[in-house]
Design a protein around this ligand. Sequence first.
Ligand code: NAP
Ligand code: GDD
Length: 328
Amino acid sequence: MPRAFITGITGQDGLYLSEQLIDKGYEVYGLIRGQNNPKRALVESEVPGVKLITGDITDLSSLMRAFNTAQPDEVYNLGAISFVAYSWENAKLTTDVTGNGVLNVLEATRLYAGNDLSKVRFYQASSSEMFGKVQEVPQRESTLLWPRSPYGVAKVYGHYMTINYRESYGMHASSGILFNHESPRRGPEFVTRKVTQAVARISLGLQDKVSLGNLDAKRDWGFAGDYVDAMWRMLQADEADDYVVATGETHSIRELLDVAFKRVGIDDWEKFVFVDPQFFRPAEVDLLIGDPAKAKEKLGWEPKVGFPELVTMMVDSDVEKQRALAGK
Ligand code: NAP
Ligand code: GDD
């Protein structure tokens, strides 16, 4: 039975990845932080087969203990402070977790493997946020990185450190440069889920407006369930490498609002949406659109869920959840 160790198990991707690995017959270990993490119950109910180990990616000794228990063949480093807006207000913390945390997990992997680095493979959750002020359209693996947020800068550090471990030690260490991916499990602080939750509540008469920031930003949005499959494929490849994982389509926040409100029968969303300067960022990433050609050619990976299906899935799920919460 192959064994996987996942950091960030309580997050959106941790849940989808652990579910898929268990279905493939893996024994899955997940790192959970804090002395009484409120998301423990969520993981235990949604993916009951996962074995949780306490620890923190900023604490190397806790990682060594976790590796000792998990004895992994595959390591997926998904743990991070992942909300870009929060990273300006907590830049040092974001650097420690999202940046230096990667070095800790790489180092724990190397020390655990000892003289036999071929016994373990490593995945790093890199991000399209690294492209920031984009230098090429669409963005591909070779596009110059120009991060625009403390989060983006920390991800660039983790990305190059992963490449460095591959080149220095010959470790099978791959980076997935994943573009935005969403799902009904997406945190409510991110724009897609903020919109679908508000649309659901507005349609049920539980809320009368939603305040947002820059409606003109464009993102290449895919479905998280498809994207975690790309992570797994990277670790099955003979050679470690870096891959862009994206749909190749981009949409604005306005288009997101169009599709989401139409799903509940509202055509004129403008009267429910307010622009609030507090949600604008000190430096914006205006346009992201990825070219997933390499992942398609080398990994046989393709996205299955398109933009309208993704938004519809999220709105329907939020309507159901809000209806249950309101007892309607
Ligand atoms: P998420 O839902 O925000 O999950 C982040 C996870 O990191 C949570 O499980 C969180 O645990 C954990 N974490 C935070 N600080 C930690 C620490 N000090 N030690 C150990 N774990 C810690 O993020 P996601 O959407 O699943 O994304 C997974 C990874 O992919 C992240 O690295 C993210 O930056 C990256 N990424 C995401 C996207 C996207 O569009 N979703 C795109 C590109 C890259 P708690 O629950 O305890 O806070
Ligand atoms: N969150 C949020 N809230 N974003 C808003 C809002 C709002 O009220 N109004 C407009 N936006 C715009 C943001 O300015 C940004 O341009 C866009 O919506 C997307 O914001 P998020 O959903 O917060 O995602 P992100 O693109 O900043 O970051 C996500 O994707 C990255 C990959 O590109 C996160 O998942 C990162 O962890 C990930 O690396």
